[in-house]
Design a protein around this ligand. Structure first.
Ligand SMILES: [Zn+2]
Ligand SMILES: [Zn+2]
Length: 327
């Protein structure tokens, strides 16, 4: 039994000093429990038990995490067990802890495992791809719909999801104005996941916590390509985009320029103007889905739009309070 005692005392002595972010919770013969944390979101708990006939048999290992996906942990457990088998006949605990630490450090995209796999389910074209580059913590998206395409690089920060993900070099063969709107909207989706709303929180509302934004934001981009090229103008009911992308109307002042309103539906510019100019005025809603028509071209400035939004929220809150009073 001397070997195990020696190993335990070595683990107690070295583990927290040599493995950055490692906290030893318990270190006795019946159970070793260590937490390895890189960020709030990247944290794995490792529970280790000694098998009979240790060290000729590999350690019994269980991995737990509140943030990493179950599937990823199951896969990682198998890999860690393989690693322990490399050291049969020798102490294995520190090797295992170091291995898990290195995995967290070298796989920055592992914390988005489920999000990435859910996104891949939406990529059904033969040319579509979502490539992972763990070294630089980047994803490369390519999505096609016949002749239409969109490509983008997505950078996942180490402090995900507390810090916004970045979209670099979003390119498509829609018009450049349309592309700019796509970029503005994807940034807004990400911002809302990370920053608290501008309005005052409602009483008893839980404190705002940043949410993962990758799946939501990239899904938005995929949807733009998979859905919009076939979609009709919601006013005149004719197909908006030509089959040949080289015929897309590029002049943003042309009546035929395609506008994507806030809900995601499409209108010809002239159709949208005509609709907005017909009564009943005020509070115009999308003809198809009933959401408010909201489009960058008709908002005075982002700041004002946000102020308005906050104001509206405040008004809704007031109304809710009044309603409650008269119940
Ligand atoms: Zn139209
Ligand atoms: Zn709509």
């Amino acid at each position: 039994m001397g070997l195990i005692e020696d190993e335990l005392s070595e683990v107690r002595k070295l583990c927290e000093h040599t493995i950055q972010g490692c906290k030893l919770v318990s270190c006795v013969q019946s159970m070793i429990r260590a937490e390895i944390q890189r960020t709030n979101f990247k944290k794995i708990v490792i529970c280790i038990q000694y098998p009979k006939d240790y060290p000729n048999y590999p350690l019994l290992i269980e991995l737990k995490s509140k943030t990493f996906s179950e599937k990823l942990l199951a896969g990682l457990t198998t890999v860690v067990e393989q690693e322990a088998k490399k050291y049969l006949g020798k102490p294995q605990v520190l090797k295992v802890l170091q291995f898990v630490k290195a995995f967290i450090d070298e796989h920055p995209l592992a914390c988005c495992y489920d999000e990435i796999n859910n996104l891949k389910k939406n990529l059904n074209g033969s040319q579509d791809e979502l490539k992972l580059k763990q070294k630089t913590s980047c994803l490369y998206l390519k999505v096609f719909n016949e002749c239409y395409y969109l490509t983008s690089k997505v950078v996942i920060p180490d402090q995900y999801p507390d810090v916004v993900i970045k979209f670099e070099d979003i390119q498509s063969n829609f018009s450049s104005t349309f592309n700019r709107h796509i970029i503005a909207q994807v940034k807004e989706i990400v911002r809302r996941c990370v920053e608290p709303p501008l309005r005052k929180p409602k009483p008893n509302e839980p404190l705002f916590k940043p949410k993962p934004s990758l799946e939501k934001a990239v899904f938005f981009l995929i949807d733009c390509i998979k859905r919009l090229p076939k979609e009709n103008c919601q006013f005149c009911k004719t197909k908006c985009f030509p089959d040949d992308p080289s015929l897309v109307v590029l002049d943003e002042n042309s009546p035929d320029h395609i506008e994507r309103v806030y809900c995601g539906h499409l209108y010809h510019q002239s159709c949208l103007f005509q609709y907005l100019k017909t009564p009943p005025f005020g509070n115009k809603r999308c003809q198809t889905c009933g959401q408010k028509i909201c489009h960058p071209k008709w908002s005075l400035s982002d700041k004002l739009a946000e102020d308005r939004w906050a104001h509206e929220q405040a008004r809704e809150r007031e109304l809710a309070e009044v309603e409650e009073f008269f119940k």
